[in-house]
Design a binder for this molecule. Structure first.
Ligand code: GLC
Ligand code: MG
Length: 540
């Protein structure tokens, strides 16, 4: 077992991250779209919930073709969200409340409206031509190679004015920057310093594994496992367009920029299997502090699959690397939509009792489901471009539901995406007054994790429960131990507790009704029940 980190662990190890999707958190000006004034108004909610840091998806100047992941000015705030003054006010207010603020950094691509790209596409001898990825087409007029966009179609768009194609891993309105160009690296380092000096506590780096492409632009190979029911991007294996060995030099450079400032965090968005993901900690751990671990999002929801995943990930972690876990984000189906409302409680307990920094996604704590989106309500360009595969992300981006008033207290106007039908009962105000609500469970889990170093910083060791549907593990720190027991099935299960756990106190049940009960040598779990047991005889 790796030794526990010191009690003086940095905030991004001991703490909990919370993702705010700014369009959907709180609208402050009645235009139906969330904004910075709205976020400021809700900071107390985050403090009450007990999280340590908020990560804001992009708030920068943007034509919003990909809702802010298409940036046209890296160092200003889009008027939709507010102003730089509003941003400064947010950072000041958050820091005053003890909350850290993490921004989204989108270095892989800009908007096609960014002045850099406008200049680059201006002529073949533009000073910024090489800031983007321009290539000649095939002699027959076809694109330079077979690479495809994650959002459908060729990843190359022909620019008639200069007779070359530019590369875009996502929309054609999101041309990729050329990270082999040192001026690009310098320009993004300057962007980082701009925000770090303004007080931000770190960055979540968008599509980090995409940053560097094959120098020879070799064709990607066919995916032998492809079946036509899968979205077109999966037809090829993105072997040469992503996760190139030299990306790690770039990540190390990004980290270098952070190192000039105290106590900041570098997080990477990386969709790769754990074996490849862990390389993003970098040689000598000089890469990302937290390469986002999304494996729970795609692993089948069973005790064995999840237990095996944890073991595999723990075994792969480089010595000294700090783990992390994510259950949801603005690109993936909501956890409650994927595993159902009962198991979503088990998932909450899992996320908040695992070893490693948890990242929560706004709204999961009130059990927001994947909201059905009617065809005329579709906003996501991914869904518009690649219809019929269920790739649309609008259903996980719907407004936060604060109370039972009109539009759930999210906006005085018309919300940009629909609310849930049951928003009158599924909202913060109602769940606050219900001691068994999802919000109450999240609050209790977070409070327990904050109170007990076993959960935030302790060791992890699986305990074989003897029941196929029950995942159980020890968390230990400073000579104290807790046992977490999770029933992944919807039927009751009885397990024989290890002798060292007999007589333990139930600290928390996902059903919020058995706290302080003392366990005997057997533990009866109801369907979809999870529990945290404390081996110390006294309650906190
Ligand atoms: C990341 C973002 C996603 C965006 C894409 C392109 O995956 O999380 O929302 O569409 O990058 O920028
Ligand atoms: Mg607004």
């Amino acid at each position: 077992m790796a030794p526990s980190v010191s009690p003086h662990a940095p905030w991004w190890q001991s703490g909990i991250l919370y993702q705010v999707y700014p369009r959907s958190f709180q609208d402050g000006d009645g235009d139906g779209i969330g904004d910075l004034r709205g976020v400021i108004a809700r900071l107390h909610y985050l403090v009450d919930l007990g999280v340590d840091a908020l990560w804001l998806s992009p708030i920068f100047t943007s034509p919003m073709v990909d809702f802010g992941y298409d940036i046209s000015d890296y160092t200003d705030i889009d008027p939709l969200f507010g102003s730089l003054a509003d941003f400064d006010a947010l950072v000041t207010a958050a820091h005053g409340l003890g909350l850290k603020v993490v921004l989204d950094l989108v270095p892989n691509h800009t908007s096609d409206q960014h002045p850099w790209f406008v200049e680059s596409r201006g002529s073949r001898d533009s000073r910024k031509r090489d800031w983007y990825i321009w290539r000649d087409g095939q002699p027959d007029g076809g694109p330079p190679n077979n690479w495809t966009s994650e959002f459908g179609g060729s990843a190359w768009t022909f620019d008639a004015a200069t007779g070359q194609h530019y590369y875009h891993a996502f929309l054609s309105a999101q041309p990729d920057l050329n990270w082999r160009n040192p001026q690009v690296r310098q320009a993004i380092a300057d962007v980082m310093r701009f925000w770090l000096r303004r007080g931000v506590d770190g960055f979540r780096v968008d599509v980090m594994w995409h940053l560097v492409k094959d120098a020879d632009f070799r064709d990607n190979p066919l995916n032998p496992d492809y079946t036509p029911d899968r979205q077109p991007y999966e037809r090829l294996l993105p072997l040469y367009s992503t996760d190139r060995p030299d990306v790690h030099d770039v990540v190390a450079e990004l980290r270098q920029v952070m190192e000039a400032f105290d106590d900041r965090v570098l997080i990477g968005e990386i969709y790769l299997p754990p074996e490849k993901l862990v390389a993003y900690y970098g040689a000598g751990l000089k890469g990302a502090h937290l390469p986002f671990n999304f494996a729970l999002i795609s692993t089948p929801w069973s005790a064995r699959a999840v237990g095996d995943l944890i073991a595999r990930y723990e075994a792969l972690l480089p010595s000294g690397a700090w783990p992390n876990w994510v259950l949801g984000n603005h690109d993936r189906v909501r956890i409650a939509g994927r595993v159902g409302p009962a198991q979503a409680r088990v998932a909450a307990m899992l996320l908040l009792t695992l070893r490693g920094t948890p990242t929560m996604y706004y709204g999961d704590e009130i059990g927001l489901p994947q909201v059905p989106i009617a065809p005329e309500q579709v906003r996501d360009p991914f869904e518009t471009n690649v219809p019929g595969y269920g790739v649309g992300r609008d259903g996980c981006r719907t407004p936060m539901q604060w109370d039972g008033s009109a539009h759930a207290g999210f906006t005085a106007g018309e919300p940009w995406l629909p609310l849930t039908d049951d928003f009158a009962s599924r909202n913060v105000a109602v769940e606050r007054s219900d001691s068994s609500s999802m919000l109450a469970l999240y609050g209790a889990l977070i409070a327990l994790r904050r109170a007990r170093a076993e959960l935030s910083l302790g060791d992890y060791e699986e305990w074989p429960s003897g029941e196929a549907d029950v995942l159980a593990y020890w968390r230990g720190h400073g000579g104290r131990r807790m046992l977490v027991v999770l029933n992944f099935s919807d039927r009751p299960v009885t397990i024989a507790l290890p002798s060292s756990a007999a007589g333990a106190t139930i600290m928390l049940s996902t059903m919020m009704d058995r706290a302080a009960e003392v366990a005997g040598d057997r533990l009866n779990l109801r369907g979809a029940e999870g529990m945290v047991l404390d081996l110390a005889p006294t309650a906190i």
